[in-house]
Design a protein around this ligand. Structure first.
Ligand code: TXA
Ligand code: MG
Length: 312
């Protein structure tokens, strides 16, 4: 391989700014990158990976200054970032008002996972694009994370441009740490060990309780679930909020239509904002219309079904 030159980086950055995907190397694994502020671009990640569910994505930044525009850093969070960035550490923090990230990037959460990769190509791309980049590992859903460019090309049958940086140094994903008040909680083990973080920070790093996501909706690990109960049905009942999809009979209660034209991409783009809006209207129950189980419909249905699942 020959390392990409500045022209290749500039071209890739232009693609990203136009909402296209570019795979790039980091010190952990190759990422499938999209402009994190562009919901259509981020949706393309799901389509390209064939991923059947929306989960929050890690947002890559060129440096701490770029990261501080997106999230609120407590003194502890800043100390953690300064100790390990650039490096294989993702930090989960509250979103800063006016952050500009697409809803779909954080899967509707009010927190974001940020990281500054320690790789010259990732760094050059972030600087050239000037955008925060959402990037999960660059593999089709259910396959292993790629650690060289050839694996990425094979995985996506050459359909995604890949910046070739040779083999990744770490070969496993970044460690994810949530900063919660004065606590550090490891949400995912990764390239940076919990011991190392604890030693440098001179404090304990807790392990997230197993199953915390299921046991404690509304907590750190849980995905956004509305306060209102949600049920899946072909029509709403009086007094409910109605999350419609496609042509829908008039309803006098509060209504949002994910896509009156039945477009799944538009529906995915609207999903989290509309759930939030219906929830904020104060209805006790949201009825959600059936969505076709194809393409992005699978991920939309997954999210709706989870929101509809009984909560303890
Ligand atoms: O090494 C890595 O971290 C690679 C390279 C490409 O940088 N990226 C990566 O990204 O693994 P991704 O998007 O696949 O990681 C997503 C995971 C989620 O499944 C979740 O565990 C956690 O990051 N995560 C992301 N945002 C979160 C949030 N707001 N709250 C809690 N966890 C979050
Ligand atoms: Mg992965």
């Amino acid at each position: 391989m020959t390392a990409p030159d500045q022209k290749e980086i500039e071209d890739a950055a232009a693609l990203l700014r136009h909402g296209r995907l570019v795979a790039f190397p980091t010190e952990t694994v190759y990422g499938l990158g999209a402009d994190a502020t562009n919901s259509d671009a981020v949706l393309s990640i799901y389509e390209t990976k064939g991923r059947p569910r929306f989960n929050p994505l890690i947002v890559h930044c060129a440096d701490l200054a770029m990261a501080e525009k997106l999230a609120l850093f407590s003194p502890l969070a800043r100390r953690l970032a300064q100790a390990f960035w650039p490096g294989p550490l993702s930090i989960v923090l509250p979103l800063r008002p006016g952050h500009g990230l697409a809803d779909i990037t954080t899967a509707g959460l009010d927190r974001v996972a940020l990281r500054v990769p320690d790789h010259p190509i990732a760094q050059a791309l972030l600087r050239a694009s000037g955008r925060p980049l959402a990037a999960p590992s660059a593999n089709p859903s259910g396959r292993l994370s790629p650690t060289n460019a050839e694996q990425v090309r094979r995985g996506f049958a050459g359909n995604v441009p890949v910046l070739d940086g040779g083999a990744c140094q770490a070969g496993v994903e970044s460690t994810i740490i949530a900063v919660d008040g004065d606590r550090l909680i490891q949400l995912r083990a990764g390239a940076l060990s919990r011991d190392e973080i604890g030693k440098v920070m001179n404090m304990a790093v807790e392990r997230a309780a197993k199953g915390a996501e299921i046991a404690a909706p509304g907590m750190l690990l849980s995905h956004y679930a509305p306060n209102a109960a949600l049920r899946l049905d072909t029509a709403p009942r009086p007094g409910e909020g109605w999350l419609a999809f496609g042509p829908s009979a008039p309803f006098e209660g509060i209504t949002r239509n994910l896509s009156s034209g039945g477009d799944l991409r538009e529906a995915a783009r609207n999903l989290f904002a509309m759930l939030h809006e219906l929830d904020a209207s104060g209805v006790g129950v949201i009825a959600a219309a059936p969505i076709p189980e194809t393409g992005l419909g699978e991920a939309i249905n997954d999210r709706l079904r989870r929101a509809a699942a009984p909560r303890g």
